[in-house]
Design a protein around this ligand. Structure first.
Ligand code: HSE
Length: 320
C-alpha cells in the first residue's frame, strides 16, 4: 500500500521508521511544512500538502502534524480526495469527529484514530470489542504521559521544572506543554473515549478541568507521609442518563493500581456490565508506541478490517 505522512516530528519519524520495516507499506511522500527535509530521503519530501492530496497513487495518508486548523483542513482534503486517513490528532478528533466520519463515509474511505488516545494501548479497538456485548458505565484514565512522567519524577525527588524538561527531551510533551499541564490534552482524550463508549458527542468545553501546576514539593511530601500518590486523571461516568466528565489531580493510596502506573505509562479502567472491571496499561506517549498504534490502523485498513462503529445517537446531560 502506498502511503504519505503529513508531519515529520517525533511521531512522523517513528511512523516512517516502522513503515519502512513493513514489506507491505511504501511511504511515497512526506510533508514537512518548514522544509526540514531529511537529506537521505530528499525525493520523498514536499512542503506542499496539495502534492499529496492530488497524488492518485497515494491510498492512505497519516496525519501527525498536531495543531488544529491546518491539520483538520488537510484531513478533510484527503478524505474528499478518496484517501483513507489515520491520525493521532486528539484535538481534531475530539472537536470534529462527527464531520470527519461523515466525510469518510460519503467518500467511501476510513478514518482511524487509535493513536489519539493512550499512545500504544489499543484502547479504541478494545472499546469497540467490549461494546459488542457490554454496557460501559465508567471510564477512568491516566491519559497524559507527560504529566504522569512529571508526577512520577516529583515523587522520586525531582523538581517540576527538571521533570518537565526531561519529558520534553524524551518527546512526550506537546509543542506547547500547557495542553498537558492544564489538562486540555486529557479533556480531548476522555471526550474521544466517551464519544465511542457512550455513542454520543461531547462538547469538550463542557468538561471541568484542573491542572497540576499547584502540586508543589510540599504537597508531594505530605502525600508521601500519608502513603499516597497523586495522579492526574480523567473520568467519565454515565448514571441515570447523565454523564459526569472531569479532569483533575487526585490522591490514591499506595496500594491502588494507579499508584503503579509510572513515568509515561497510561492506564484505563473500564467499569462494564456484564464483564465487570477491565484494565489496560501501556506507554501513552513517545515516538514508537504511538507509531505502533498508527501502523496497526494502517494494516487494518489495508486488510479491510477497519470497522467504524461510532454513532452519535445518544444525547446526555453533561455535568449537570
Ligand atoms: N503530550 C501527550 C502526552 C502525547 O504526554 O500524553 C500523547 O498524546
Amino acid at each position: 500500500m502506498k502511503i504519505a505522512i503529513l508531519g515529520y516530528g517525533t511521531i512522523g519519524k517513528g511512523v516512517f521508521q516502522i513503515a519502512c520495516e513493513n514489506p507491505h507499506l511504501q511511504v511515497v511522500k512526506i510533508l514537512e511544512r518548514e522544509e526540514r527535509f531529511d537529506q537521505n530521503y530528499l525525493d520523498l519530501f514536499t512542503s506542499n500538502v496539495d502534492e499529496i492530496v492530488n497524488n492518485q497513487e497515494i491510498e492512505l495518508v497519516v496525519e501527525v502534524l498536531g495543531g488544529y486548523t491546518f491539520a483538520e483542513d488537510a484531513i478533510e482534503k484527503c478524505l474528499k480526495a478518496g484517501k483513507h486517513v489515520v491520525t493521532a490528532n486528539k484535538e481534531v478528533i475530539a472537536i470534529d469527529i462527527e464531520n470527519l466520519l461523515a466525510l469518510a463515509k460519503t467518500n467511501n474511505v476510513s478514518l482511524a484514530y487509535e493513536a489519539s488516545v493512550g499512545g500504544g494501548i489499543p484502547i479504541i479497538k478494545n472499546l469497540k470489542e467490549i461494546k459488542k456485548v457490554n454496557k460501559i458505565s465508567k471510564i477512568t484514565g491516566i491519559l497524559n504521559g507527560t504529566t504522569n512522567y512529571i508526577l512520577t519524577k516529583m515523587f522520586e525527588g525531582n523538581t517540576f521544572e527538571e521533570a518537565l524538561l526531561d519529558a520534553q527531551k524524551k518527546g512526550f510533551a506537546e509543542s506547547d506543554p500547557t495542553a498537558d499541564l492544564e489538562g486540555y490534552d486529557m479533556m480531548r482524550k476522555i471526550a474521544i473515549l466517551s464519544d465511542l463508549a457512550f455513542d454520543t458527542y461531547i462538547d469538550i468545553n463542557q468538561i471541568p478541568q484542573k491542572g497540576i501546576k499547584e502540586i508543589s514539593k510540599e504537597v508531594v511530601d505530605e502525600a508521601k507521609k500519608n502513603n499516597q500518590v497523586i495522579k492526574f486523571v480523567c473520568s467519565a461516568k454515565l448514571e441515570e442518563n447523565k454523564l459526569s466528565v472531569e479532569v483533575k489531580p487526585e490522591y490514591f493510596p499506595n496500594n491502588h493500581f494507579f499508584a503503579s502506573v509510572n513515568n509515561e505509562f497510561n492506564a484505563v479502567i473500564l467499569e462494564t456490565y456484564p464483564n465487570d472491571e477491565l484494565i489496560f496499561i501501556g506507554k501513552g506517549a513517545g515516538s514508537l508506541p504511538t507509531s505502533s498504534a498508527i501502523i496497526a490502523d494502517i494494516i487494518d485498513i489495508k486488510d479491510n478490517l477497519y470497522l467504524e462503529n461510532y454513532q452519535n445517537i445518544n444525547k446526555y446531560e453533561i455535568n449537570k
